[in-house]
Structure formats: structure tokens, C-alpha cells
Design a protein around this ligand. Structure first.
Ligand SMILES: [Zn+2]
Length: 187
């Protein structure tokens, strides 16, 4: 196949040179009362994350998560173990994007907990306005996990409404949402 970024012949959807050249830029975003950290520039990884709707895209997600999240969580100092909660990790099409990111990205004191927050509403948010998103909440179904503290994980932050709703769903069950992480933030 060909590298999605440079079109050179490659064994995977992104060649080694292009993958290593993608810069990790941690940025902190404030979504009302929740901090969210993103790690990549949207334009740098868009060709890869757009591939997420195909089976081979899971490979790119794994590598992006391992490059950004893993060292971050490995270095993160926490008083207690925390759960890493992939948002809505139900298997929609081929595989769950957020579950793949959590599995490949967890390290140190952070353990992935799958299925903790699954959305009842499957309204498609892509390309929709904030008003549309607010009018169709995800209505998360909560499944308990061992840790008191949680870190939310999503692939992309657009308006932040999904993450805020997820954090509220955790707090309602007495859990603490420490912050959120995502690969990137749509401008
Ligand atoms: Zn390349």
C-alpha cells in the first residue's frame, strides 16, 4: 500500500519517516469546569484519523495513542490509581476507536476501563452545530469501575459537549473526572 501522508510505497498506512515526523504538542483546553489535553495538530493527523472508518485505520490510531498518551501517562504523578474511560467505546462500524486509543495509550497509574460510559443516543455529531449537539445529548449509561478517579478519553474534541456530558455522568455517580485527553482538537 501507499503511505497516506507522502504516497510513497509503505508496509502500513503511514510510513516510518512520516510517523516519526508527526509532532506531539500537548495543549490544555478549558471546557467549562473540565480541563482537556490534546496532543496533535489537527492538520497533522487528519489524513490518519479520517482513515478510522476503515479497518486499517485502527493501526494508525494505535500508533498515535502509543506515541502521545503512553509517555504522558507513564510520567503522570497521581496520588491514586485512575481509570481511563474511553467515551462511548461501543463497536459502531468495524471497531471501537476510543477503546483502541485507551488500550494503546494507558500506562503507569492509569488503567483502561471499557464500557464504563456508553451512549444511548447514537445521533451523528460530525459536522453538526453546537445547538444540534446540545439538543441531542448522548445520555450515557454508566457501568461501575474500581477507581474513584477517572480520566476521560476521546479521539477528537470539537465543541466539548460530549466530554462535559460524560464528566457530569461520572460525577453524578460520585466519581471524580480529573481531566480529559484527546488526540486532537478541531479548530
Ligand atoms: Zn510517508
Amino acid at each position: 500500500m501507499r503511505c497516506l501522508l507522502c504516497s510513497k510505497a509503505s508496509l502500513s498506512i503511514i510510513c516510518k519517516e512520516c510517523f516519526e515526523a508527526i509532532a506531539v504538542y500537548p495543549r490544555v483546553h478549558t471546557l467549562q469546569n473540565l480541563k482537556a489535553i490534546t496532543f496533535y495538530d489537527y492538520d497533522d493527523i487528519a489524513p490518519l484519523t479520517n482513515a478510522k472508518y476503515y479497518p486499517f485505520g485502527s493501526f494508525a490510531l494505535k500508533r498515535l495513542a502509543a506515541k502521545a498518551f503512553k509517555p504522558f501517562f507513564g510520567d503522570l504523578k497521581l496520588e491514586n490509581q485512575a481509570a481511563l474511560i474511553p467515551i462511548d467505546d461501543c463497536v459502531g462500524s468495524w471497531y471501537s476507536h476510543t477503546a483502541i486509543l485507551a488500550k494503546a495509550g494507558a500506562a503507569g497509574m492509569v488503567t483502561p476501563r471499557f464500557g464504563a460510559l456508553r451512549a444511548k443516543s447514537q445521533a451523528k455529531y460530525a459536522g453538526q452545530t453546537l445547538a444540534f449537539r446540545l439538543s441531542r445529548p448522548r445520555r450515557f449509561v454508566f457501568k461501575d469501575f474500581r477507581e474513584q478517579n477517572a480520566i476521560l478519553l476521546d479521539d477528537l474534541i470539537t465543541t466539548g459537549t460530549t466530554l462535559l456530558e460524560a464528566a457530569a455522568a461520572l460525577e453524578k455517580r460520585g466519581k471524580t473526572a480529573l481531566f480529559a485527553v484527546a488526540l486532537t482538537h478541531a479548530q
